[in-house]
Every structure is written in C-alpha cells, then in structure tokens.
Write a protein that binds this ligand. Structure first.
Ligand code: CP3
Length: 343
C-alpha cells in the first residue's frame, strides 16, 4: 500500500494523496445515499450505507486511502450525550458537561456500543482494493471536550476555557475519561481492519501553547503511546490544527506517532524545516484553492517544490473540503498530484 509505505518513509512511485472530508456532500452519490439513510447519524450507524459512502471517493477520485465514514462525536454520543445534527447549524448535544454532576452521567467502557463502527470497517476492508489503505480515526480528547462542554460548535470555546482556568481538575477528569474510551475505540478499529489511525484535534488552536500541551497534546501522546505499544506496525497520524506558531515545541517530545498533519495556516517550508526529519508530514493545500484551477495548480506546485518528489510527504488538504466544491476539481487535484510527483 503506497499510503502505508509513505507513513513509514519508504519510497513510493508518487506522493500518495487523500483528502479530509473526501466523502461528503460535494458528491451527488453521497447526497443520494444520505437521503436514503435518513439523518446523518442514521447513516453513520448503517453499516451497508456507511461503507458505501466510504468507498465512493476511492472510485470517483482514485485517492490512495479511504477514511472510515463516521464522526468524531459518536464517542460522546455513546457515552450518554444525546446528539442531533441540525441542518446548517452543525452538531448540537441535548445536554452539556459543565459540572461534576453533569460529568457523573457519562458512561464508561462504551466500546461495545460502537460495534456499528467496527462492523462498517470489516465490510469496507473486505471491499476495498488491497492497494488502498483504510484510515480509522477519532477526535482528540481536547476537541471532543470542547463539544461536550459547550454542547455545540463554538467560536470562543468560552465555557470550556473558563473550566480550564477555574476548575482544571474537572476538565482533566473529562479528558481522562474520554481518553480511556478512545484507547479501546481505536484498538477495536484496528482489530476490525483499519490500516492506520488518525487523531483529529481540530480546535487545538483555541489554546495558548502551554495549556495546549497540558490539556490537549499530552492526551494525544498518551493515546498514541498505548496504541503503538499494542500495534507497532499501525501508523498513527496526528492533526493538531492551529499550532503552526510553535511547531518547534513538537520536536523535543517523545513521540509515539508517525505522521504530523500540517494545516493550511502553516507554511509547508517551515513545517519541513522544523519537523520534517522527525515526522512524515501530511498536508497542506488550502482547500479554497480548489475553487479555481490556476490557484489549485499553483498551490500544488508550491507544495511539491518544497516537499520534493521523495519520501516523507503525504499530500492532503490543510483542512476539510466544503460541500459546494465542484467534484471535477477534486478529481483533477488527485490526477495532478500523482502526475507531478511521479518518480
Ligand atoms: O470524509 C471524511 O473525512 C470522513 C468522515 C468524517 C466526517 N466528520 C463526516 C461528516 C470525519 C473524519 C469527520 C471528523 C469531524 N467531525 C471533525 C474533525 C475534522 C474537522 O473537520 O475538523 C469534527 C470537528 C467533526 C464534527 C462535525 N461533524 C461538524 C462540526 C459537522 C458539521 C459540519 C457541516 O459542515 O455541516 C459534522 C457533520 C459531518 N461529519 C458531515 C460529514 C460528511 C456533514 C453531515 C451531513 O452530511 O449532513
């Protein structure tokens, strides 16, 4: 598998590519299945349909890895927080965790309640070509905690950050309890057949560096250490979005992951200089460049000229693709990256 070879810094015939949110609303095939499934969560829980939409971008775009179709929020959902996806507003929990009493309602050892995810993984793996990797994932504890404390998406993360400074013990308790669930969740995903796992810390950039290490990245290290000790051959990808201002702080840590996801706000040249020897880098085309072919080509050329046609790089966007993206442009991106990085 080209993608797994690249994670292990082995030579590949070209730089492998996949895209965050590659299965989604910009594909009419996805919208059709989504309609059939009912709600977004119904789709996540429907093994047959979730495996179908996971495979769509492989057939349509020919990317080198499929990412499991699910959502990071199924973990707090199964810990007992009722969840709805409200059209045009995003996810909303019916309750939120703001006190010790709220925290006490969260359930532990929820692994078996997520069996629909593991079933989907085995179906996908049985249908996916052996050349293509399947990526499993979870949200990182900090990003999940922002949703659990706020009850929904947020611009300021005010409640969660207030908790961090006024009741850090409670926040650590939440983070620890989520981390425990994530360890066995990822473990079960690997046993079900994923070839690699990725931890999404989408809201890492909400914190100052010292707080991020204490409340965010330390939990990622702890989870990856656990997974590496049990599955040394499964590459781990981390994506702490918004930490480009202090990449040097990620050099001198004992890391248990293989690939560092670079967001679009960070210059790839800077990421390569600081982190390129230590981690394989994944990223980081600004997703908005896909709306104009020239902008897209210039963006690809810049990244390829920095990362070179050699090992140490996995091509991706610097964050997820948007629902109104013309699919032809996504198809073109995959073609161009393969052509332009051919060894
Ligand atoms: O293709 C893939 O990348 C795999 C599937 C995937 C989804 N969500 C599907 C999805 C993955 C890996 C995620 C992760 C996720 N979910 C993150 C971390 C990555 C990131 O984008 O930062 C976060 C923060 C979430 C939480 C979440 N889920 C939000 C904020 C939303 C609403 C977004 C929106 O644009 O409406 C979702 C819903 C969601 N997750 C959709 C998809 C395809 C859209 C739902 C729909 O079809 O109506």
């Amino acid at each position: 598998m080209i993608f797994i070879d690249a994670c292990n810094r082995k030579q590949t015939p070209y730089t492998p590519i996949w895209m965050m949110r590659q299965a989604g609303r910009y594909l009419s095939e996805y919208r059709e299945v989504r309609l059939k499934a009912g709600s977004f969560l119904d789709l996540c829980k429907n093994t047959e349909l979730a495996s179908k939409v996971t495979l769509q971008p492989i057939d349509i775009l020919d990317c080198d890895a499929a990412i499991l179709f699910s959502d990071i929020l199924v973990v707090p959902l199964e810990m007992g927080m009722k969840l709805n996806f409200v059209k045009n507003e995003g996810p909303k929990f019916e309750t939120c965790i703001r006190s010790e009493k709220d925290f006490s309602i969260l359930q532990n050892n929820i692994g078996s309640k997520l069996s629909y995810v593991y079933d989907t993984i085995s179906v996908i793996r049985s249908k996916l070509s052996k050349q293509k990797a399947l990526i499993g994932f979870c949200g990182a504890p900090w990003t999940l905690a922002t949703y659990m404390v706020e009850g929904e998406g947020s611009k300021t993360y005010a409640n969660c950050k207030k908790m961090l400074y006024t009741n850090p013990k409670l926040l650590h308790n939440i983070l620890q309890s989520v981390s425990n669930e994530l360890k066995s969740y990822l473990e079960s995903q690997i046993k079900a057949g994923v070839d690699s796992v990725m931890l999404f810390d989408s809201w890492a950039g909400a914190l100052e560096p010292s707080s991020y290490f204490e409340f965010g990245f330390n939990y990622i290290i702890d989870i990856s250490k656990y997974i590496k000790s049990k599955f040394p051959n499964i590459p781990i990808i981390v994506f702490p979005k918004g930490v480009g201002g202090y990449l040097h702080k990620f050099v001198d840590i004992k890391a248990y992951f293989d690939v560092f996801g670079v967001d679009w706000e960070t210059s790839m040249a800077y990421a390569k200089e600081v982190l390129g020897d230590k981690y394989v880098l994944q990223g980081n085309l600004e997703p908005m460049r896909l709306y104009n072919e020239n902008s897209m080509i210039n963006g690809i050329d810049e990244i390829v000229s920095i990362m070179g046609k050699k090992e140490g790089h996995i091509f991706n966007l610097g964050h997820g693709m948007l629902p109104d993206l013309p699919r032809e442009n996504a198809i073109k991106l995959v073609q161009l990256v393969k052509e332009k990085t051919k060894r």
